[in-house]
Ligand binder design. Structure first.
Ligand code: AMP
Ligand code: FE
Ligand code: FE
Ligand code: ZN
Length: 296
């Protein structure tokens, strides 16, 4: 199947502003042949997105973006094809979300002490119904209450790592996240490699390590990537036998300059990337069946 796809975007179930149904309709209007919703640390929107995408004639599969921890930094792992009902992954995601709530309470205490009080309810007002409340929502509340000029300023003053109200939260290690995704029948791609902050030599070592842990893909096309970066990541994909994935990280009105499918207008992720993920998932299933171990 030809056409274009978007393999990375968010709904109201994390820090996006569109519902799963709105996203499926937007994907169809944009002319995408395939699309995958990848909310942060939750698959709560997946069943609705799959149903709406099927109705709109857009190919889809389950998706998820896990925030994993390596010392001193956070790396995001995009998971594709995981069964939302699989027990071990669902339990781990619940622990991650519980850890976030506990972390949020520490942030609210730190903000109060810093003279910029925000309540849980004030932050939750910026998240969707049943959605995950994260720092972007706390940032929005800080702006609404006049404690910061805009969300970026709210992160710089209060919420970023090293700022006055920063607090750590429980996160999985990349190896654990990869193992859980595989156990749920899915595959994993390293999201927006640029945000790891690694230089090319460090990133190559890091990707080599993740490949040992079973990494399946690397996000080579992404909003704002420069040609040299794309070339670097495509090179890593070839070297380590990884699927080259791509997506916009569309968040609706929370990142108003980014459009679904096309980012700032020119991004083109060929639907072959979606097919390559399906093939990788099928291949893992075949290997697991041969070994006599089901991936579920
Ligand atoms: P949380 O998972 O609640 O810790 O929030 C993480 C999210 O906050 C990331 O996915 C980004 O969307 C956003 N974020 C993190 N750092 C910054 C920053 N310095 N400026 C703006 N947004 C940020
Ligand atoms: Fe986000
Ligand atoms: Fe991300
Ligand atoms: Zn994302």
């Amino acid at each position: 199947m030809g056409g274009l796809c978007d393999l990375h975007f968010h709904s109201v179930f994390s820090d996006g502003t569109d519902t799963p149904e709105e996203l499926a309709a937007l994907a169809a209007r944009t002319g995408l042949s395939a699309a995958v919703l990848t909310d942060h640390d939750t698959m709560a929107g997946v069943p609705r997105f799959l149903a709406a995408a099927a109705a709109a004639g857009v190919r889809a599969m389950p998706g998820l973006e896990i925030s994993a921890n390596v010392p001193g930094r956070t790396v995001h792992l995009l998971c594709y094809g995981c069964d939302p009902e699989e027990r071990a992954l669902a339990d781990a995601l619940r622990r991650v979300r519980d850890g976030r709530e506990e972390r949020n309470r520490r942030i609210f205490a730190l903000l109060a002490r810093a003279g910029a009080p925000v309540s849980e309810a004030e932050a939750a007002a910026f998240a969707g119904d049943g959605g995950v409340v994260g720092r972007p929502h706390i940032a929005a509340a800080l702006v609404a209450k006049g404690f910061a000029a805009d969300r970026h300023d709210a992160f710089r003053r209060y919420l970023a790592r090293g700022s006055i109200a920063y607090a750590e939260r429980f996160r999985l290690t990349p190896a654990t996240a990869i193992a859980l995704a595989h156990g749920a029948g899915g595959v994993v791609s390293l999201a927006h490699p640029v945000t790891t902050g690694y230089n090319p030599a460090e990133l190559r070592r890091f990707v080599a390590e993740l490949a040992q842990d079973g990494l399946d893909g690397i996000e080579c096309l992404y909003t704002g990537f420069l040609p040299g970066q794309v070339e670097e990541y495509v090179g890593l994909a070839a070297e380590f036998g990884l699927v080259a994935t791509g997506g916009t990280d569309y968040h609706g009105a929370n990142k108003p300059n980014i459009r679904l499918g096309t980012a700032y207008g020119g991004l083109k992720v060929r639907a072959e990337a979606f097919d390559a993920l399906l093939e990788r998932i099928a291949e893992k299933k075949r290997i697991a069946a041969k070994k006599g171990t089901s991936p579920k």
